[in-house]
Design a binder for this molecule. Structure first.
Ligand code: NAD
Ligand code: IPM
Ligand code: MN
Length: 354
C-alpha cells in the first residue's frame, strides 16, 4: 500500500474548519479504496503564528515542506495582519518556491448548484482554467521610491519570461489535445504592449505544434463579458496570473459560489510538492461559526487524488457533491441549507462509503 505524507497548513479563518473535512474525506477514500493511505502533519503557520513570532512561517519552511508528497492548505489572511505580508510570505512564497507554475481551477456548474445566470444549463458551464502561477503580475518586482514624500512613486513590474509563458501555454495545449477540447487564451495586448503581445505571440508559436487543437484568443475584458453572456464558448482557458485570479472568482460566482470552487497549484514535473487549496479565502465574515462550506476543499482533495493517479476518486467526489446538491439534506447556508461544516463533511463520507 502506498502511503502519502501530506503537510497540512490549515491557516486562518475558515481554513481549519474546511480542512478538517477535506482530511476526513481523504481518510475515508483511503479506507474504502485500500491502495493508499495518508499521514498528515499539521503546521500552525498563518496570521496567529505571525502575531506570536513575527513571521508567517519559519525561515526553513520550504525545506520542511519539501519532504512531503503534497501540501493541503485552507486559507491565509486575516484582519490584523496586512494582506501583502500574510499572502506574500506564505502562500505566494510556496507557489513560487516550489515552482507550482500551473494553477488548475475547474469552473463547472454541477447539477443542482445555484447559478445566477438566466437560461443556463449545467452543461453550458464546463471550463478548466489554467492560470499561470509563478510570475507575471505576481512576480513581486518593483520599487517604492521617495516614500512619504510628495514625489512618491511606486512601480509594479509584470515579469513574463519565455520559459514561464511557454510552459503554461504548452500545458494547456496538451490538456486540450488530450481531452479533445477547444483552448482559449485570455490576454490584453491592445493595452499591455510588451507582456501581452509576447503572450499572444507565444500562444501562436506553441500552437503550431498542436494543429489539431481549435483555439480562440480573447481580450480579458471581452472574456469577462462572455463568461456571463455565453459561458459555453469556453472549454480549456489559459491566462496570466492576475487575469486568472480575477476570472476564476467570476467563474466561482457563475458555477455555484465560492463554497464549491476548487483549485490546485501544480509542479507537473513533481520536482517539488504541489499544493492543494480551495479558491476562496479565510472568510472572516463567517469564520468560527461552523457554517463554512467545506465542499470546495473536499473537491480540492479530490484534485490531489487525481494528481496522485486516482482520478476516479475525484469523479466520485464530484458525483457525491452533485448528489448532495440534489438531496439538499446536508448543505451549508451558502447553498441554501442549514447544515454545519462538519455535518456536510459527514454526509460526503456517508455517500462515498455506500
Ligand atoms: P473570501 O473568499 O474569504 O470571502 C469572500 C466571500 O465568500 C465572503 O462573503 C465569504 O463568507 C464567502 N465564502 C468564501 N468561502 C466560503 C465558503 N467555503 N463557504 C461559504 N462562504 C464562503 O475573500 P475575501 O473576503 O476577499 O478575503 C478574506 C481574506 O482571505 C483576505 O485576507 C484575503 O487576502 C484572503 N484570501 C486568501 C486566499 C487563500 O489563502 N488562498 C484566497 C483568497 C483570499
Ligand atoms: C487566490 C487568492 C490569492 C491570489 C491571493 C490571496 C494572493 O486570491 O488564490 O485566488 O491572488 O492568487
Ligand atoms: Mn483569488
Amino acid at each position: 500500500m502506498k502511503n502519502y505524507n501530506i503537510a497540512v497548513i490549515a491557516g486562518d479563518g475558515i481554513g481549519p474548519e474546511v480542512i478538517a473535512e477535506a482530511k476526513k474525506v481523504l481518510c475515508a477514500a483511503a479506507e474504502i479504496d485500500g491502495r493508499f493511505s495518508f499521514s498528515f502533519t499539521d503546521y500552525p503557520w498563518g496570521c496567529e503564528y505571525y502575531l506570536k513570532t513575527g513571521e508567517m512561517m519559519p525561515k526553513d519552511a520550504l525545506k520542511t515542506l519539501g519532504e512531503y508528497d503534497a501540501i493541503l492548505l485552507g486559507a491565509v489572511g486575516y484582519p490584523g495582519v496586512p494582506d501583502h505580508i500574510s499572502l506574500r510570505d506564505l502562500l505566494l512564497e510556496i507557489r513560487h518556491g516550489f515552482d507550482e507554475y500551473i494553477n488548475l481551477r475547474p469552473v463547472k456548474l454541477l447539477n443542482g448548484a445555484p447559478c445566477p445566470l438566466a437560461g443556463v444549463r449545467p452543461e453550458d458551464i464546463n471550463m478548466t482554467f489554467i492560470r499561470e502561477n509563478s510570475e507575471g503580475e505576481y512576480a513581486g518586482s518593483g520599487a517604492w521610491l521617495y516614500k512619504d514624500s510628495p514625489e512618491e512613486v511606486v512601480i509594479q513590474n509584470g515579469v513574463f519570461s519565455r520559459k514561464g509563458c511557454e510552459r503554461v501555454i504548452r500545458y494547456a495545449y496538451e490538456l486540450a489535445k488530450k481531452e479533445g477540447k477547444t483552448l482559449t487564451s485570455v490576454s490584453k495586448a491592445n493595452a499591455l504592449n510588451y507582456s501581452m503581445v509576447f503572450w499572444d505571440q507565444i500562444f501562436a508559436e506553441v500552437g503550431r505544434e498542436y494543429p489539431e487543437v481549435e483555439t480562440h484568443s480573447l481580450l480579458v475584458d471581452a472574456a469577462s463579458m462572455f463568461m456571463v453572456k455565453d459561458p459555453k464558448r469556453f472549454q480549456i482557458v489559459v491566462t496570466s496570473n492576475l487575469f486568472g485570479d480575477i476570472l476564476t472568482d467570476l467563474g466561482a460566482a457563475i458555477a455555484g459560489g465560492m463554497g464549491l470552487a476548487a483549485g490546485a497549484n501544480l509542479n507537473p514535473e513533481k520536482k517539488y510538492p504541489s499544493m492543494f487549496e480551495p479558491i476562496h479565502g479565510s472568510a472572516p465574515d463567517i469564520a468560527g461559526q461552523g457554517v463554512a462550506n467545506p465542499l470546495a476543499s473536499v473537491w480540492t482533495a479530490g484534485q490531489m487524488l487525481t494528481f496522485f493517479g486516482y482520478p476516479e476518486w475525484e469523479e466520485r467526489i464530484v458525483g457525491a457533491i452533485e448528489r448532495m446538491l440534489g438531496e439538499k439534506k446536508a448543505l451549508t447556508p451558502d447553498m441554501g441549507g442549514s447544515a454545519s461544516t462538519s455535518e456536510c463533511g459527514d454526509e460526503m463520507v456517508r455517500i462515498l462509503a455506500e
